[in-house]
Design a binder for this molecule. Structure first.
Ligand SMILES: CC(C)(COP(=O)(O)OP(=O)(O)OC[C@H]1O[C@@H](n2cnc3c(N)ncnc32)[C@H](O)[C@@H]1OP(=O)(O)O)[C@@H](O)C(=O)NCCC(=O)NCCS
Length: 227
């Protein structure tokens, strides 16, 4: 498609650190230079919470989505946190019928994703990351720079792998789980949903749902309460 639709990306949420990376990724992966930022909260709250005034907002159209979202637009996430992506997606999906197929896969040209990998929508794969054969990436997965994801893994919806994570083969990571920078997950391990794995952890045994776990060997340290 050569019209302008391809050149404007509608970004849900506005976490400044992530926006910066996302703009660069979108440009290098898809040559996108223009961005709308769509908020599910009033602009003032977003400004206060996310420090949006640090940004050169003159170049970016920021608005609350009272009247809807652009039709046939392309979308991406700029939110962080174990639950945030799903909350933001559900808001736009329920209110405006935004479908996951409208979310672009942003895969940096220096990343390698196997042709046999099974990819959902809304993926962000940052520079120098690898995704090996027969691995499944669920909707809204973010793989930050320098990660290595082995073969036959199953990475659930809205999972975030922070920089330098190594996931060996046949690993399962549940929905909305976050794995901290530099962690290593041994082959065959199953990590639950809504769980946080601390930076630098070495995960050699299965980890349940809804816990914060860290260390070498990685062990659950506390429970994440569900509201
Ligand atoms: C695991 C994590 C979520 C825990 O955060 P927290 O609940 O705020 O924990 P605290 O910082 O209060 O630390 C509590 C204790 O756990 C220890 N601890 C925290 N994270 C640890 C880790 N990753 N490995 C080993 N020990 C850790 C602390 O040293 C502290 O020990 P102490 O009680 O003996 O002093 C966090 O430390 C972490 O690793 N986050 C991931 C960071 C990351 O990857 N960011 C991405 C950047 S791009």
């Amino acid at each position: 498609m050569k019209d302008d639709a391809y050149k404007t990306l509608n970004v849900l949420g506005c976490v400044p650190g992530l926006l910066n990376v996302l703009f660069e990724l979108a440009h290098e992966a898809q040559r996108i230079r223009r961005f709308n930022i769509l908020l599910n909260v009033p602009v003032e709250i977003a400004l206060e919470n996310a420090g949006l005034d640090e940004w050169d907002v003159a170049k970016i159209h920021v608005y609350e989505c009272e009247d809807g979202v652009p039709e046939n637009g392309l979308f991406a996430f700029s939110v962080v946190g174990v639950k945030s992506k799903e909350i933001v997606y559900n808001y736009f999906n329920e209110r405006f019928g935004l479908h996951k197929s409208q979310f672009l896969n942003l895969i940096h040209p220096t990343a390698y994703v196997s042709r046999s990998a099974d990819l959902d929508y809304g993926l962000q794969v940052e520079p120098l990351s690898l995704v090996s054969s027969r691995t499944t990436l669920g909707f809204g997965v973010t793989i930050k720079r320098g990660c290595n994801v082995g073969h036959h893994c199953c990475i659930g919806r809205f999972v975030t792998l922070n920089p330098g994570v190594t996931v060996c083969g046949y690993v399962t990571v549940g929905d909305q789980t976050m794995i901290g920078a530099g962690a290593v997950v041994r082959d065959g391990v199953k990590i639950g949903c809504h769980t946080v794995i601390g930076a630098g952890s070495v995960v050699v045994d299965d980890i349940p749902d809804h816990v914060v776990a860290f260390g070498n060997p990685c062990r659950p340290q506390k429970v994440i309460k569900i509201h």
